[in-house]
Design a protein around this ligand. Structure first.
Ligand code: PEP
Ligand code: MG
Length: 319
């Protein structure tokens, strides 16, 4: 199947009942944008911009960021690029930003919380993104949003940066990776243009298990039914408001998970480039109606092991 997946990688992920799932890539550089295209990716669902800020002595300035984003947009050759604004803190530290030491960095000033406190840093990035957006389709998403005020402030800063550089509007979405954003998903869906579920962090915060903790790694499973219910709630709220939903956490790269997620109503899956051909093939071999049955079955399970035991090929009659 490996060869078959590779040979068919440029075909869309159209299920046997003709439903389209977008399969896109996660990247941290322009070289990776090219790799996504080469592996059949239909765009980038997550650019982790923090990689532009790591391993150096100072933050990249506006022109440098603009040049990087533009190179990625050009590598994608018309496919969309979703740029996530800086997600520093937690597991990703940047020495030159002189961040406060924290007892619980994953519960501290990370992601959008940091950008709203470091307005100059945020404004520089937003200006660079909007300048680059003239060269191809771009969307912006904010990480770690848990409060409505955060989205409103981030949107307002984005809008003012946009006007400063004279760019056209782009879609502004949020990562869904904090349980409060799930609980208020209807409210967020009214003010965000799309959702992208970060299952790495959503699993961490739902199960209260540090994602870096070696002793918990086996249990911190994004297919745990508690996490699947969070995804279900997110998809239902998005659908009520006509918004699309992606998943850009690591679980999107697993064929069984891809079908469960599609069955829950996820429209776009974003993963490392190497995983794209096999996920596209798995989706082309599935029926979305069977994926919905699989998702319903998964939601009736009460442990991650029971979800993992579900069989992608199983007769859809069980439920
Ligand atoms: C996630 O949390 O699932 C995610 C995609 O973001 P990151 O892994 O960069 O925190
Ligand atoms: Mg995350």
């Amino acid at each position: 199947d490996h060869q078959r997946a590779w040979d068919s990688r440029f075909e869309p992920a159209l299920t046997r009942d003709a439903e389209r799932i977008e399969v896109v890539g996660n990247i941290g550089s322009a070289a990776e944008a090219q790799a996504v295209v080469d592996h059949g990716g239909e765009g980038v669902g997550l650019l982790r911009t923090e990689f532009l800020f790591l391993g150096r002595d100072s933050a990249p300035d506006e022109d440098e960021q603009y040049a990087e984003y533009r190179a990625m947009i050009e590598a994608l050759n018309g496919f969309p690029l979703i740029i996530r604004t800086l997600d520093i803190g937690g597991d990703k530290q940047v020495p030159y930003l002189n961040l406060q030491a924290e007892d619980n960095p994953f519960l501290g000033v990370r992601g959008i919380r940091l950008c709203l406190r470091e307005e100059a840093l945020f404004r520089t990035q937003l200006r660079a993104i909007y300048r680059a957006s003239r060269h191809g389709p771009v969307k912006i998403m904010f990480p770690m949003v848990g409060l409505l005020e955060e989205l409103r402030q981030a949107r307002a800063l984005a809008e003012s940066a946009r006007i400063e550089v004279g760019a056209d509007p782009v879609d502004l979405g949020i990562m869904i990776e904090v349980p409060s954003a799930v609980a208020l998903a209807d409210a967020f869906a009214q003010e965000a243009d799309f959702f992208s579920i970060g299952t790495n962090d959503l699993t961490q915060y739902t199960l209260a298990m540090d994602r870096m903790h070696p002793a918990l790694a086996a249990q911190a499973d994004a297919l745990h039914p508690a996490v699947l219910r969070m995804i279900q709630l997110t998809c239902e709220a998005a659908a009520r408001h006509g918004r699309w939903v992606g998943v850009c956490g690591g679980v999107a790269a697993e064929p069984l998970a891809a079908c469960i997620l599609a069955g829950l109503g996820v429209n776009e899956l974003s993963m490392n480039a190497a995983a794209i051909p096999a996920v596209k093939l798995a989706l082309r071999q599935a029926r979305l109606s069977d994926c919905r049955t699989l998702a319903r079955q998964a939601l009736t399970r009460t442990t991650a092991a029971e979800v993992q035991a579900l069989d992608l090929q199983a007769d859809a009659g069980e439920a």
